[in-house]
Design a protein around this ligand. Structure first.
Ligand SMILES: NC(=O)c1ccc[n+]([C@@H]2O[C@H](COP(=O)([O-])OP(=O)(O)OC[C@H]3O[C@@H](n4cnc5c(N)ncnc54)[C@H](O)[C@@H]3O)[C@@H](O)[C@H]2O)c1
Length: 440
């Protein structure tokens, strides 16, 4: 056993290893908290000074992450925000949780990973373990990180250790956290795998695989599986409407089969930083192998078309009142991409709003988790969440349910609104809903 491996395993076992987390967003912050709770000293590094400032004051800047826990861990000295890359030299184990979005051309935007790789290459020292956690195409760890980290002469598996372990964080999920979600791990060498498994064994159950590429592919498989199955139920929903069948009832019935079926539910389209994006990382890489991922593309096409289907349903609902989209007052309920979180990235709500606005609708929105909308690269909305009062609901020509946040009182919404377009089946069991609700 090399000296570095032995030392690192000892430090991990007795919790004296310092853990560094790069990128303190939806994934990195919970991960940093989790290691700190398990007794490690954690350095969280982020380019965003607002996040580092809040962290060092003991404040959480993500709504579903407990501020009290952040405060407690900062007070005990186990968690600290770092704004200098050089601080990371102190870390024994560095975990990279930076964004992996798509460019406008739907290709992997590797700029965050590239700049992080350069930064880590600048601070790496013998004995360190570096783990990539960001979701990415198979090959990234060994093609993008390894050459940079070994450029100074350090040998992987002997002088430093490199692994990939995908993040399975499900923001807002109260049943599954980092503590009870198994972690898949692939190392560049056997030694890399061994130290990474030792580290994650301290926080959860680990699932070792034979390579970093297998671990990278595992994450893409998980998210592609979701994307394809959501596309299937989205397509069937459109057909079921035409056939006069309630697809939600059908899904619930199918889910009683004790084997071979996992329920997925239709909605207004895909959102978030994972499912709409990750499959395209694989499609892009597949081209290098002269391969077209047809099913992934088809699923993407179906899911991307859902917002226009919702807009069609809004027009159909207004038609009942002899109204057009042009000039109608429309209230959007929810812009978060799923219930009970403050993440609106890639939310189908924006695509729906953009189309409604282009057709002349007068838009407003309410989201208890997202108090204001600011212009982004893709959308140009500057709006403040309006209070959800009976008067506000009654003034609208249509109310569109995009996100079924637990705080919403759907009975009251149906009672006061003239017309509800429900993309989540949130009003299904409300008496008298049939007259006012269009399911979309
Ligand atoms: N959000 C999820 O539910 C989820 C789940 C599983 C996996 N993932 C994956 O995890 C990764 C991170 O996602 P996220 O949702 O946490 O993103 P995020 O945007 O919430 O957080 C990323 C953080 O990285 C910081 N950052 C960017 N470049 C940096 C750099 N060079 N150095 C230091 N900090 C930098 C940003 O300021 C930001 O705070 C992505 O690859 C994503 O696909 C996300």
């Amino acid at each position: 056993m090399t000296e570095h491996k032995k030392n690192l395993l000892t430090k991990i076992a007795d919790r004296t290893a310092v853990v560094g987390v790069i990128g303190l967003g939806y994934v990195g912050l919970p991960l940093a908290l989790h290691f700190a709770r398990q007794g490690f000293r954690v350095l969280g590094y982020d380019l965003d000074p607002v996040k580092i400032g809040a962290l060092n004051r003991g404040e959480s800047y993500i709504k579903h992450v407990s501020g009290a826990l952040v405060q407690e861990l900062v007070d005990t000295g186990r968690l600290k925000g770092a704004s200098l890359a050089s601080d990371l030299a102190e870390a024994d184990c560095i975990q990279i949780c930076v964004p992996t979005p798509l460019t406008d051309k739907m290709e992997p935007d590797l700029s965050y990973l590239n700049s992080t790789a350069e930064m880590v290459a600048g601070v790496i020292r013998p004995g360190q373990l570096v783990i990539l956690e960001s979701t990415t195409y198979p090959g990234t760890t060994e093609e993008l990180l390894l050459p940079r980290l070994s450029a100074g002469g350090l040998q992987v598996g002997r002088d430093f250790f490199l692994a990939f372990s995908p993040e399975r964080e499900d923001p807002g999920n109260k049943n599954f956290t980092a503590a009870n979600t198994p972690k898949v791990v692939g190392g560049v060498t056997e030694a890399c795998l061994e130290v990474t498994v030792a580290l994650y064994d301290c926080i959860t159950q680990t699932v070792p695989v034979s390579s970093t590429r297998a671990a990278e592919m595992t994450k893409i498989l998980e998210n592609t599986y979701r994307s394809v199955n959501i596309a299937l139920v989205n397509e069937l929903k459109v057909l079921a409407h035409r056939m006069g069948i309630d697809l939600f009832e059908v899904i619930r019935a199918a889910a009683t089969k004790p084997f071979g079926y996992t329920p997925f539910f239709p909605g207004p389209g895909l959102g978030g930083h994972c499912i709409p994006i990750d499959p395209f990382y694989l499609s892009w890489k597949a081209k290098e192998y002269d391969f077209t991922t047809r099913l992934i593309h088809l699923a993407g096409e179906i899911n991307v078309a859902m917002p226009s289907y919702v807009v069609e349903k809004v027009a159909e609902g207004l038609n009942r009142f002899k109204k057009s989209l042009n000039g109608s007052k429309i209230l959007m309920l929810g812009v978060a991409y799923k219930k009970d979180i403050d993440d609106d990235r890639e939310s189908p709500g924006y695509a729906i709003m953009k189309m409604l606005k282009e057709k002349g609708a007068e838009l407003s929105y309410n989201d208890p988790w997202i108090p204001r909308l600011r212009p982004t690269r893709k959308y140009d909305f500057t709006l403040v969440s309006v209070p959800l009062t009976p008067e506000m609901l009654a003034e609208q020509d249509a109310v569109v349910v995009v996100t079924d946040h637990s705080d919403y009182d759907f009975k009251a919404i149906v009672r006061h609104a003239r017309l509800v377009i429900d993309t989540r089946n949130a009003t299904a069991n409300i008496e008298g809903a049939a007259e006012k609700v269009v399911l979309a």
